[in-house]
Design a protein around this ligand. Structure first.
Ligand code: NDP
Length: 253
């Protein structure tokens, strides 16, 4: 029997090794900050959207005014980044908030506000990024979800819904734009030590720790390493994936 011969379209390592324009939302603090710092260290041109409150950015990161809840501001920020740094080739949709409270006490505003930042905000950035990526015929979209998106969490109906929604977003983008050299993946961190998790009651932190097979909380570098991989040439054939970075907490849920 003759073997099947095919000619694969592969991107050349030299082309991929060029510095890229990377947009990381939410790079002022926590996970996004470490992700942005690592792209800067790798030689990429890195931008973030900054709100009025943001004063402290990592070295080498260009702050462009913008709030992910404002479509016009997102569009304007992309135009500025494109003019100053070139088209965005890697988007890391990381900006996120929580407004935890039990279902029966959760207001419409608690629900809508979290969806607006975590899910619609990521959609706004992806929609705008897709224009440049389609023209370039390459791009990487990486959505920072959470173990809670598929595992659920008491008091987190809004947050879990927003994070689960990112899976549908990434998989639909994969089906829509996969043939144009664009990948879209989800990273689902577990309990990562940041300001967001420091705010959780100690009893809840202890409860999570007991459930994590790795026996420790994660660091922002644990997440950034996976993001770096998804943006690298090694991941050019990975799309629509949900990659847990949770020490085994969600076990692929
Ligand atoms: P932080 O609270 O430390 O940082 C959140 C970032 O999002 C900040 O830079 C903040 O900017 C930015 N941001 C919030 N709202 C907006 C907005 N409307 N427009 C633009 N930027 C905004 O969060 P973490 O680093 O802990 O989390 C980062 C991501 O990882 C989030 O999506 C979170 O849900 C997710 N995650 C975190 C986990 C953890 O254990 N920490 C676990 C699983 C997922 P500003 O400085 O202006 O407020």
């Amino acid at each position: 029997m003759g073997s099947i011969r095919y000619r694969a379209r592969v991107s050349t390592p030299t082309a991929d090794a060029q510095p890229r324009t990377v947009l990381v939302t939410g790079a002022t603090r926590g996970i996004g900050r470490t992700i942005a710092e690592r792209f800067v260290a790798a030689g990429d041109r890195v931008a973030t959207l900054t709100r009025a409150s943001a004063t402290d950015l990592p070295d080498g990161v260009v702050g462009v005014p913008g709030d992910v809840t404002d479509s016009a501001a997102v569009d304007a920020a992309f135009s500025t980044i494109e003019a100053d740094l070139g088209p965005v080739e890697v988007l890391v949709a990381n900006a996120g908030i929580t407004r935890d409270t039990l279902l029966m006490r959760m207001s419409d505003d608690d629900f809508a506000a979290v969806l607006d930042v975590n899910l619609t905000g990521a959609f706004r950035c992806a929609r705008r990024a897709s224009k440049g990526m389609i023209r370039l015929r390459r791009g990487r979209m990486i959505f920072i979800s959470s173990v809670i998106g598929l595992y659920g969490g008491p008091g987190q109906v809004n947050y879990a819904a927003s994070k689960a929604g990112l899976v549908g977003v990434a998989r639909s983008i994969t089906r829509e734009l996969g043939g144009r050299g664009i990948t879209a993946n989800v990273v689902a961190p577990g309990f990562i030590t940041t300001a967001m998790t420091d705010a959780l009651p100690e009893a809840q932190q202890e409860q999570y720790l007991g459930a994590i097979p790795a026996g420790r909380f994660g660091s922002t570098h644990d997440v950034a390493g996976v993001v770096e991989f998804l943006a690298s040439p090694a991941a050019s054939y990975v799309s629509g994936a949900v990659i847990p970075v949770d020490g085994g907490l969600g076990m692929g849920h």
